[in-house]
Write a protein that binds this ligand. Structure first.
Ligand code: AMP
Ligand code: MG
Length: 420
């Protein structure tokens, strides 16, 4: 396919997503599962809490013994033992007696409530303090008070997490508490990143006349990492078919799940990427009605999905944000492929050329809503306008003028407070 096709952003996104599939699962140590998608249901093998235990430092006792207790009329109980967290005390609490108990310690047999230490005349939390022979309690309690009951949180045999759930720190904690040390999750996508162009230098090289450093390769590797995927950094291929082919072979050898390249997909004379892909791949060259980021190549190279982004750094980053991000998240098994968006009021008049535009902007809170201000020059080589931005403000297709006071959808790169 060599004739460029014109597509809307949505059409391009749909086509890109149709070309990638959810990756297979793998079994990994619990912490490696953070941020990834569960590929199995998790059924609790134990109840949590596993046993009745105290929620306070205090005394385990029988609630009926405190029926009339008050500050003016404290109840006196004989202390018959002491139980710390981690210990088990085989002493039965009988009427008129109590056992000193620490938070998390198992409730001794016979007791049906705990009274916090603060409500006794022995308001000491220090375990080194000798056990009193008796205590006075100046309040009553109900049976069950200050007791954490077995299975209150999780009941053995119940399905606690289902396939498709994204594992956050709290899910990791729940799995840890259930004794799940390894978990089945979707594999991290391996994304091979190629920068093309004779003008490119590695970032540790001194600048030379006519040359620039390869920033795209780093931006994209960082974007891949930020998504919890694995970048395979292929580096730079000069503008020859041999160089491009050799680098792509390195990606195949490294078992890439996806290729992402920058530059060489427009109609310039040196666009050798296009030539290589037309020979050995199955790639379409599109013009997306999008600003920035009009040219986009998409298809596969030797069976591996391939996404060719424009060369200009801002166009490359925004195209990644819009297309590559969704593809990588889909491959990772995620269901939510878009960034969060908010409606933001614009304070300045905005002109557009009718393409769906992604303007670099700062979104801040304003009253009960949000307002957006562009971060200056929107040239597709002005990288610092992205550094100043926390959002991409979307001017819809076929809109040419946005008047001050209008609301636009802001695609949030960071939450307002996160960086400003
Ligand atoms: P091209 O798509 O090859 O016409 O490149 C468009 C613009 O992006 C040119 O100004 C290139 O120098 C620039 N460019 C291409 N690749 C990179 C890169 N890896 N890092 C920074 N700028 C790049
Ligand atoms: Mg070029």
């Amino acid at each position: 396919m060599s004739e460029a096709e014109y597509l809307t952003v949505q059409q391009a996104l749909t086509a890109v997503l149709a070309g990638v599939a959810v990756l297979p699962a793998e079994r990994v140590p619990l912490l490696d599962a953070l941020g990834r998608v569960l590929a199995q249901d998790v059924v609790a093998q134990v109840s949590l809490p596993p046993f009745a235990n105290s929620s306070m430092d205090g005394y385990a006792l029988i609630a009926a013994d405190l029926a009339d207790a008050s500050p003016d009329n404290p109840a006196t109980l004989r202390v018959i033992g002491d139980v710390a967290a981690g210990a088990v005390l085989d002493v039965t609490v009988a009427r008129g007696t109590a056992v000193r108990i620490m938070t998390g310690a198992p409730l001794p047999p016979g007791a049906d409530a705990v009274v916090p230490v603060e409500d006794t005349n022995e308001a000491w939390r220090n375990r080194e303090r000798p056990l009193p022979t008796q205590i006075q309690v100046n309040r009553s309690v109900q049976p069950g008070d200050y007791i954490r009951h077995p299975g209150e949180d999780i009941e053995a045999g119940h399905t606690i997490l289902v396939k498709g759930h994204v594992l956050r720190p709290q899910e990791v904690g729940v799995l840890a508490s259930l004794g799940v040390s390894e978990v089945e999750v979707i594999r991290r996508p391996r994304v091979a990143i190629l920068a093309t162009g004779d003008e490119l230098l590695e970032i540790d090289q001194p600048l030379q006349p006519g040359k620039i450093r390869n920033s795209n390769g780093y931006t994209q590797a960082a974007q891949v990492l930020a998504l919890g995927a694995e970048p395979i950094v292929l580096g730079i291929a000069g503008d020859t078919e041999t160089a491009v082919r050799q680098k792509l072979q390195e990606g195949l050898d490294a078992q890439a799940d996806l290729f992402i390249s920058s530059a060489g997909v427009s109609v310039g004379a040196y666009d050798v990427v296009k030539a290589v892909l037309e020979q050995e791949g199955n790639v379409g060259f599109w013009r997306v009605r999008m600003r920035p980021g009009k040219p986009l190549a998409y298809g596969s190279y030797h069976g591996v999905p391939y996404l060719g982004l424009p060369g200009n750094p801002v166009s490359a980053m925004v195209s990644f944000e819009r297309f590559a991000r969704a593809a990588i998240l889909k491959m990772s098994g995620k269901a939510l492929l878009d960034r969060p968006t908010v409606q933001a009021t614009v304070r300045e008049e905005i002109h557009s050329d009718g393409r769906e535009s992604y303007l670099r902007a700062v979104v801040t809170r304003s009253g009960s809503g949000y307002e957006a201000t562009q971060t200056g020059d929107q040239g597709s080589h002005i990288m610092t306008s992205l550094v100043r931005a926390n959002a991409l403000l979307i001017v819809p297709e076929a809109v040419y003028t946005v008047v001050p006071g209008s609301q636009l959808t802001a695609w949030m790169l960071d939450w307002p407070e996160a960086i400003f």
